[in-house]
Design a protein around this ligand. Structure first.
Ligand code: ZN
Length: 232
């Protein structure tokens, strides 16, 4: 739970939003903890634009004070099914780290969130990483987040001047079903979110990719109706 800052205002936080289920839940949690939330999304050359409009929609309806979309085209380096059109999005589970892993994505995103946090005078950054029902991405693990937080405090003026920066990962230990129940209790409308790796331009989900599969299972396990709009 956050306190008021020295000026008596609500503390500010930067919240990374992707338009998906997890980050919408994180935004609702950060708001419930009393933060003024500045949400940040990336137009990084991902396969579809639907998640960018979902990010803006979710930011608005969950009470963010400001939402920014920053462009950084990761297709220039490629190396992922999400940023290279020649690599197909897998529709069956594969062993090891899947090809939907985007090289160093969370490091890039968190670094820019860190820079914006410094400008805003925010000491708190929220990200929806999860180590339970996840795809096996190395930059979603708790030891990665701990290391990034340590780096953040070494790398910034705020950190050097004794103001501790915190990376919050409120979903880290939750199952997808627990995330959904938590979000619903906080009033998240999951119909506004898009999780699919290859959604259509108007946000219809494929129902077959890894992200769709985890989301489908989550709603089934949570015992609530799945509001996702599917392509078929
Ligand atoms: Zn999908």
């Amino acid at each position: 739970m956050s306190g008021k800052d020295l000026a008596g205002k609500q503390p500010r936080a930067v919240v990374l939003v992707s338009g998906g289920l997890d980050s919408a839940t994180v935004l609702a949690i950060a708001r419930a903890e009393g933060y003024d939330c500045h949400t940040l999304s990336f137009d990084y050359g991902q396969r579809h634009r639907a998640e960018l409009s979902a990010s803006a929609r979710v930011s608005r309806s969950l009470g963010a004070v400001e939402h920014k979309t920053l462009s950084i085209d990761l297709r220039a380096i490629g190396g992922s099914a999400l940023t290279d059109e020649d690599i197909a999005v897998p529709e069956a589970q594969t062993p090891g780290i899947p090809v939907t892993y985007v090289p160093a994505r969370n490091t890039v995103f968190l670094s820019i969130a860190l820079g914006w946090a410094e400008v805003l005078g925010a000491l708190d950054i929220f990200i929806g990483v999860n180590a339970v029902d996840y795809s096996g991405y190395p930059d979603c693990r708790p030891e990665y987040i701990e290391a990034f937080e340590k780096m953040a405090n070494l790398a910034t003026r705020a950190g050097v001047e004794g103001h501790r920066l915190n990376i919050h990962t409120p979903l880290m230990e939750l199952s997808k079903a627990e995330i959904i129940r938590r979000g619903m209790a906080l009033g998240v409308d999951y119909a506004e979110t898009v999780s699919c790796y290859q959604a259509s331009s108007d946000g219809l989900a494929c129902g077959r990719c890894d992200s769709c599969r985890l989301r489908l299972q989550g709603f089934a396990e949570a015992g609530v109706a799945d509001p996702t709009r599917y392509a078929n």
